[in-house]
Structures are given as C-alpha cells and as structure tokens.
Design a protein around this ligand. Structure first.
Ligand code: ZN
Length: 423
C-alpha cells in the first residue's frame, strides 16, 4: 500500500520545495528593490482575518504532518521495515494516532498544505495590489491643505500624480525664532504615507504644473521614496534652493525631466490620454528662469474613457484670455482643441482665486463639476466668493477640499461617480 504512494509523495515533496524556493526567490527579488520593501497598502479587516486564518491553518497542518510522520515511522518500526532514526520521538503516545492510515493521511495533509500555501500566496498578492482587478478610473483630489495634489489611477492601473502640495512659509527678517526645528512637511508626513497606503508602488507620470511651494514642496519626499518613471514640467525653472534640490534629486534618480509639449498627446493607457494645452514651448526649446510661475502653469485635458477633465494649476485670467484668443483663431498660435468642447470636471485654477476662472473661460469649457483644492485656513481668502457665485450661476456642481476633505471622482464604464473621503 505504502509503495503506491511513494512516487506521489516524492512528487508532492518536490512541488512543495519548489514552491518554497519560489517564495524565497520572490521575497529576495522584492527586497532587492529598495522602494518595494515598505509599499504595502493598508489591508482591510477581512484581509487581516484571512491572513491570520491562513497562518493558523499552516501551523495546524505543520503539527498534523509532524504527527502523521511520527505515526508512519512508528508503524514502519512495528513492521520491522526500518529502525526509527530518533527512537524517543515516535513513541510519544500523544504524538501518534494509530487509528488512521498514516501514509494516506500524510498524502492528504500534503495536498491540503499545497492548497493552503497557494491560497496564502494569492492572499499576499491581493494584499499587495488590491485594485489589480478594478477597472474604474479614479481622480483623487487630496486634502493637502492650501495647495494642490491630485492622484489619478487610470482604469488599467497606471498612476499619475499632479503636484505634491507643500507649505508656503514667510519669515520676516528677525523672526527666525519662529521657524520650527521640525516643521510640518506635507510630503513626508502626509503625501508619501497616503500614496503608500493606497498601494502606489510607482508613479507612471508625475506632472508638476508649476513650481510654487504649495504645488512642489511635497514632491521632494515623493522623489526620495517612490519610484517615478517620468516627470513633466512647464519648461521653466524657479530660482529657488528647494526647486534646485528637487530637480537635482530627479536627475540623481535618473527620472526623465520633460518639458510638456502642447503639440503631442500623451497616451497613459488604452482609454486614457493627456493633451497639454499650455504653456507653448519656447521657440528655442531652452529652459527659462521664471520667478513668476502662476501663468506658466501647465494646462491640460485628461480624457479617461468617455469623460473629459481640465487641469489648470494656478493659471490666471491673462493666460485664460490668451488661450481663448488662440482657439478663436485671433492669434498666430494654431488652436489646440476643437471649439465647443464641454468638459465633465474642471480643476478650478489657483484655489478658486478671483484672479482666474473668468466668465468667458467657464462658458467656453462648460463643465458639469468643478473642484476647488484649497486649505480650510488660508490667508489669501481663497476661494473667492465671486468665483463660487460664478460657478453656481453656470450651474456647475462645486466640490471643495476645505469643506469636504479629500474629493474623489471616479469613472465607471464611461460615467462619473463621486465620493467624498473625510480624513
Ligand atoms: Zn497654488
């Protein structure tokens, strides 16, 4: 009887050791990638329950297999097939159940162990990429206080980050004592943990609309801790130490820094495209030093399945007017977008400041919804009541991060759904 199972038992043992080696190889590989070591999304309660159930099951199986092995050894000894290698262990009566056929039992247990290990591996895989099977696109306007940071997950699971929030700091001469030794740093304290919690293992594209601190400040920590495949920026450089450090970090990590080109459409996945509209590239393709950044903000259209979104950074009304003129054919620049294109969602420029979002601009784009990313307590008076009123007059649904916390708008089978996530 036992002879029948020997080859099968060997095959299973081989398979188990192969699986074991496989798990070690994967673990080694993951550990060799520095950035993947810690990026595990926060699991939900059912995942945690399943994890501990698997651990308990593996422990029980290990004990049972040990018992069955002891019983088999004992029987072999009784039948005089072989002498036990460790005579003391097999004769412990608590360890041996002689009622079952130990060889058959051992076989069943090993099969069960194989299934359990496979199930456990699958659970780990699901825990590592919980959204792998989701086909929804999701745009997350994160609550970074006064500033912008928007995370986009495309239906095929690509991640795009637009800006990284940051803190603007003003110090009058002689007030150095007011500077905190360890100031709150949005990137390190909020943005990076949030990205990791959401299972962002890498950013396929990082878009820095412009270089003011409330958009760029948090990105230093992002570049240091999360792999980034490419970084698009507005083709200028703000003369500032923080920015120099940020660009140097990108170069050190071999992240391509690309000045966004309005003449080309960037495909993110099969149903997601980004079309840059502004600013127009400098004639000589040179990077310019530019201290005033608002009107150098990257403006771009995102098309995700059948939905259209406009991102505007902190552009002001003069840039809005310039673009409208261009599209009406009143300037030399050829129009980049077809006329009368309604959009679904508008990221309101410059935190809802009255220096942007003119009547003409809103009329041109005719958005269904508008999102204002703005801090609950800010000294600029953002968003302006005038802009809020204008949006209402145009019957545009308004979402505000200062009142609602993070605003998430998703795309499911070509239509929008919305959820608010208070933090
Ligand atoms: Zn800003």
């Amino acid at each position: 009887m036992g002879l029948v199972y020997v080859p099968l038992g060997k095959a299973i043992a081989f398979l188990l050791s192969f699986l074991n080696d496989g798990i070690f190889a994967v673990t080694d590989f993951l550990q060799s990638l520095r950035s993947l070591q810690t990026i595990w999304p926060s699991p939900d309660i059912t995942w945690i329950a399943a994890y501990y159930t698997f651990l308990a099951l593996l422990y029980l199986l290990w004990k049972k297999i040990k018992q069955a092995k002891a019983a088999k050894l004992y029987l072999d000894f009784l039948h005089g097939d072989s002498a036990p290698s460790e005579p003391a262990a097999p004769f412990d009566p608590n360890q041996i159940s002689l009622t079952a056929d130990p060889i058959r039992q051992l076989f069943r247990l090993r099969i069960f162990l194989l299934f359990t290990i496979s199930g456990f591996a699958l659970l780990l895989f699901i825990g590592y990429t919980p959204d792998r099977f989701s086909r929804n696109g999701l745009v997350q306007f994160m609550d970074v206080g006064q500033g912008d940071s928007i995370l986009i997950r495309t239906p095929e699971g690509k991640h795009i980050l637009i800006d990284g929030g940051g803190t603007l700091s003003f110090h009058k001469p002689g007030e150095d004592w007011k500077i905190r030794r360890d100031p709150y740093e949005v990137g390190r304290k909020l943005l990076v943990p949030l990205l990791k919690k959401r299972g962002v293992h890498q950013l396929d594209t990082l878009i820095l609309t412009h270089q003011d601190a409330d958009h760029s400040g948090g990105l230093q920590a992002v570049l240091e801790q999360i792999p980034v495949k490419q970084c698009l920026f507005n083709g200028t450089l703000k003369p500032n130490e923080g920015l120099k450090k940020l660009f140097r970090t990108a170069l050190k990590r071999n992240i391509p820094l690309i000045a966004a080109d309005p003449s080309h459409i960037m495909s993110m996945d099969a149903g997601t495209q980004i079309q840059f509209l502004y600013p127009f590239l400098a004639e000589n393709n040179q990077i310019r030093v530019e201290a005033q950044q608002n009107n150098q903000s990257l403006v771009f259209l995102l098309q995700m399945e059948a939905t259209r979104w406009l991102f505007t950074g902190d552009m002001e009304m003069s840039a809005e007017a310039l673009l409208l003129k261009a599209w009406k054919g009143e300037t030399e620049r050829p129009p980049s977008v077809a006329a009368n294109v309604s959009i679904d969602v508008l990221k309101v420029a410059h935190h809802g400041s009255k220096t942007s979002s003119t009547e003409e601009w809103l009329k041109y784009w005719n958005p269904r919804y508008a999102v204002i990313s703005v801090g609950a307590i800010n000294s600029y008076g953002h968003p302006s009541l005038e802009v809020i009123e204008r949006l209402r007059e145009h019957q545009i649904g308004v979402f505000r991060t200062d009142q609602m916390g993070e605003v998430q708008i998703g795309v499911r089978k070509g239509s929008l759904f919305q959820r608010i996530k208070l933090q």
